[in-house]
Design a protein around this ligand. Structure first.
Ligand code: CA
Length: 487
């Protein structure tokens, strides 16, 4: 080959490489990247019927109702656990918390025990980040506080919020309490009083927390819109979780509610709605609204002693009855999510991981264990993704375990060491009528299936307090042989 030809070939090769680089770059620009933004708005302990779109009469949620009614409302949406930490662990990992040893909440100030959701579990945020998404988490984390479990090390480019399981709402009050404890020389100050942080740095927040998180969501949307990438935003409000603390302007809207707890709770829910309205405005202003899937839900049922209602569901937060883990939920995405629809078949938050990955065209790491499945295609065709399969709820108590296992319309339920019951949820949403005497074989089959599932569980890696850990060992938990025994 002569020199001229060789130079010509080299030039061609360089041009080809440049061309391929250009193509690669152009597929990543926002204008040509048609992948949707994904915005998850998670509330904390919000009751099933404490939003207008699920029938609330005394609480008004106009912004949420507008989105819900323009999108699809899920009437049988489940989370994987009836309280915070385990439910959130599932959202991030696509697994039932019981199989990761995460079936209890991390204790307050969990940095002192240095635990969190195993780093062997790749979070959905990391999958999306690795596949070209700009990612943000705002608000409550509750999945581990030391560095390796920090949101910035779990796939979130941007984090603004607090790492623990809750927070007080008024900075002028919690800051004083924090400073007082600090002056008193406390080594460990209750996490609800800590300064909020932005990517690991303490910030001096000045706004009511719900407003602060909404403000940060608006900032994130605006910043993300400048990037040549779609975004994933996990907006995890701690409202209306306790402490019940609301702004005067919001309380004034609910003067008609006589019960003080309910009034405060209502005002806290309304503050979320005000925030969501701002976020929607920001999406529209930044021309992102049409291409954003908005997923709204609660991490577990409402707490009945703290102002919430889950009517017509039975019981609330912490329970294996429907009120514990069937939550308000909707999807909104113009032209992609049917408008004005109520979707009645059971769906589960454990499906979000593979569903989001699919929508993002993202590759899930080889070997990643998932308990859910991509629900998108079935959903588009009006079908459930769990026909003939189980949706579980299992919560350990002191010395025994509560279990609910739903398959299609039927559910087996055991709570408070009472006998197993068989419920037809289509006809009996309030779980009042036990059909086990009528269908003993079905009861037996479903309880046996739930027992098989329980055999996949790991021992808890932590408990929400020391006492619970001591009792777990004293009672030789989980004692599943007793749990799944039929009388
Ligand atoms: Ca919660």
């Amino acid at each position: 080959m002569n020199l001229f030809k060789s130079i010509q070939l080299t030039c061609c090769a360089i041009l080809l490489i440049l061309a391929s680089c250009n193509t690669k770059k152009s597929t990543q620009t926002k204008s040509s990247d048609t992948r949707p933004n994904i915005l998850v708005v998670l509330c904390d302990d919000l009751g099933y019927s404490d939003v207008g779109f699920n029938g609330a009469k005394d609480i008004t949620t106009p912004a949420l109702d507008k989105l819900a009614n323009d999108g699809t409302i899920f009437t049988s949406a489940y989370v994987t656990h009836p309280f915070c930490g385990p439910s959130r662990a599932s959202l991030m990992t696509g697994r039932y918390p019981h199989q990761m040893g995460a079936q209890f909440n991390l204790p307050p100030n969990c940095e002192t025990i240095g635990k969190g959701i195993s780093v062997d579990e790749t979070f959905i945020s990391k999958v999306l980040q690795d596949n070209g998404y700009y990612t943000g988490a705002l608000g409550k984390w509750h999945l581990g506080s030391v560095s390796k479990y920090h949101p910035n090390n779990r796939g979130f480019d941007d984090f603004y919020g607090f790492l623990g399981g809750g927070h007080e709402y008024f900075p002028e009050i919690y800051r004083k309490k924090f400073e007082k404890r600090k002056k008193a020389g406390d080594n460990v100050i209750f996490e609800y009083l800590h300064p909020l942080e932005h990517n690991g740095e303490d910030v001096k927040e000045t706004e009511y927390i719900t407003d602060a998180l909404s403000r940060e969501a608006v900032r994130f949307v605006s910043e993300a819109s400048e990037k040549e990438k779609p975004f994933f935003l996990y907006l995890a409000y701690n409202a209306p979780h306790v402490p019940l603390q609301a702004k005067e302007e919001d309380l004034a809207k609910f003067a008609h509610i006589k019960d003080e707890k309910r009034r405060t709770y209502a005002a806290m829910v309304y503050a979320v709605d005000r925030g969501v309205n701002k976020v929607v405005k920001s999406l529209k202003e930044n021309k992102q609204f049409e291409n954003t899937l908005i997923v709204f839900l609660s991490d577990n049922g409402g707490k009945l002693t703290k102002g919430a209602t889950n009517y017509p569901l039975r019981e609330g937060k912490g329970s294996a009855c429907e009120g514990g883990y069937r939550v308000p939920m909707f999807f909104h995405w113009p032209k992609n999510v049917p408008s004005g629809q109520r979707f009645n078949q059971p769906v589960s938050s454990v499906d979000f991981y593979p569903t989001f990955a699919k929508l993002a065209g993202a590759t899930i790491p080889a070997g990643k264990v998932l308990d859910g499945k991509n629900m998108w295609d079935n959903f588009q065709n009006g079908k459930g993704s769990h026909t003939g399969e189980y949706i579980y709820c299992l919560r350990h108590r002191t010395g025994y375990t509560d279990v609910g296992a739903r398959r299609d319309s039927m559910k087996v339920l055991r709570v408070n060491q009472e006998s197993w019951k068989l419920i037809n949820l289509d006809k009996d949403i309030n779980e009042q009528h036990d059909l086990s005497a009528k269908y003993p074989d079905l009861l037996k089959e479903m309880v046996a299936d739930a027992e098989k599932w329980s055999q996949t569980h790991a021992q808890p890696l932590w408990w929400h307090d020391e006492q619970t850990g001591v009792e777990w060992k004293e009672y030789k938990m989980p004692r599943f042989d007793e749990t799944f025994k039929l009388d």
